[in-house]
Design a protein. Sequence first.
Length: 308
Amino acid sequence: MINKANLRKRLAFAGAAIPVAFLIITSQISLSALALKLLGIPESSVPPIYPGQIMVLAIVLLGAYEYMKMLSAANKVNAFWMGYVWIFLTTMADLLGHPLPTTLSNGALLVITAFEGFFFGKDAQFGRWKRMSLFFCGTVFLSIACDSLINLYESPAQILFNHPKIWIFGYLDIVIIITATFMCDSAAYFVGSTMGKRHFSAISPNKTIEGSVAGLIAAVAVMSIGWYFVRNPNYPMILGPVIGVLIGVTAQAGDLLASLIKRYFHVKDASHIIPGHGGILDRFDSLFFTAPVLYLFAWLFVKWFPLQ
């Protein structure tokens, strides 16, 4: 049964947020170049940083805050804030063109995790190892999601697409990927709520097979249509439905992962900052899981099938 009051909140939020998000995501204005110009600093080796990339970082940091808050409920004395500081610093280093080697950045997080667990985890409810594991895994997952979404603005992901050279449609491909992901969520929710009868997973009792199939069909349909307009003509049309299947499967896997996390922490919503949706981890859970898989797919596809 669909909650009509909640649905009205969802629609009202979407009506206000979608136009703003569209302008931010598709903008080709380089914030780094603009900042250097305003400061009177000559052109340097700093790569372009787009508004959409900054928005991604902000969303992921809010998601990290929600996760650390859930983890803090059972670990009152903590220094979990170091997790989102680590995400911020490593992401900014990447955006500024000086990415840290993976071994170095992950090693730093390992040291942070050990420091946090040894010095603050004395009275950890679940034991230090479980506390440290939850902190490390959650931080790494959100960092991977952040890097993958930001890197959709660059190669190899952009090699697959041939977006129009118009400012407002600069990164229409990313809009289509996000739309396919959210439409998968919406179709699964509405069909599952109105026609779903067979349960899909014990992780989330409200998920149904009918809803899951509807979500997959929606993702394939949106991506297939979108691929026609933004694809690199050197790649075949069949690639659109293939990417749609990837989105349809991984978006629902991400949704189940978020449900598993919330069930573990005994909460219904990660927070209530998004009207009708809950928190960042409730609304963007699918996208956080889909983005790394799509980026890996793009990297492998471009490597195996390079343009002549």
